[in-house]
Design a protein around this ligand. Structure first.
Ligand code: CMP
Length: 235
């Protein structure tokens, strides 16, 4: 849903602030940045809604203004592999923007979100105005390539149990709180979500969670998952 004009004004101020913080636009002048912010179309997506599908032919660039979206590959059975999650201030859609080819992944709102969309031509004219944008975009793309290498490495060399522990420890370190017993407390993810983020089937994740629970490495408690401080040494 596109936002109305008064909300749109607020959003354009928000975009301007976020653009200033984005490394990719850091070399633009304030004046140019506020012009560019006005060219973004702002819209809302509800959790679970698709922003665009893999193979779509659009070429616009997106920025997450609020919420979070994930880039996923889906097979015919609807099984999902999450490639990356983008939060407030992150951009996506740069691959089709750069090479004009169809979208490489499906983007799904992971939460109720507000997104800003910029037309390819508008982005390209910003690059002409300041070619440093292209260098900074390249550096962001290289960073994503490194993350993708890490994912390929995990899929090739780690079993499901190790991949799951790696993911849980990553989340625990990024956002977990330690409780009195030293366990990291993180928000519970469904087995389906864990499967999508580790390239495993839901059944395989359920089996692994049972084994990890038996070994007291992972505890499922209400809306939380508790991760043992010894989990790392067991990997
Ligand atoms: P695009 O191909 O235009 O649309 C899908 C988007 O998902 C893509 O641009 C990137 O922004 C993002 N994407 C695709 N693959 C990856 C990946 N391996 N890591 C991070 N982001 C990705």
């Amino acid at each position: 849903m596109e936002l109305n004009s008064s909300a749109g004004k607020d959003k354009s101020a928000l975009i301007e602030r976020l653009l200033k913080e984005l490394p990719v636009f850091k070399s633009l002048s304030d004046k140019y940045l506020s012009q560019l912010a006005r060219d973004f179309i702002v819209f809302q997506v509800k959790k679970g809604e698709t922003v665009f599908y893999q193979s779509d032919s659009s070429t616009d660039l997106y920025i997450v203004l609020e919420g979070a979206v994930r880039a996923s590959l889906l097979n015919r059975e609807g099984q999902e592999l999450v490639l990356a999650t983008f939060d407030k201030g992150d951009f996506f859609g740069e691959m089709s923007l750069l090479d004009g080819k169809p979208r490489s992944a499906t983007m799904i709102a992971a939460e109720d979100s507000v997104l800003g969309m910029l037309k390819r031509e508008r982005f390209l004219s910003a690059v002409k105005n300041d070619p440093m944008i292209a260098i900074d975009l390249l550096s962001a793309v290289v960073q994503r390539l490194r993350m993708a290498d890490g994912m390929i490495e995990s899929l090739a060399f780690l079993d499901v149990s190790q991949r799951l522990m790696k993911l849980l420890l990553q989340i625990a370190k990024a956002e977990g709180e330690k409780d009195k017993s030293g366990f990291f407390r993180i928000k519970k993810l469904t087995h389906k979500e864990l499967a999508a983020r580790t390239g495993a089937s839901r059944e395989a994740i359920s089996k692994v969670i049972k084994v990890l629970a038996f070994r007291d490495v992972v505890r499922e408690e209400g809306n939380c998952l508790l991760i043992s401080p010894d989990a790392e040494s067991g990997m």
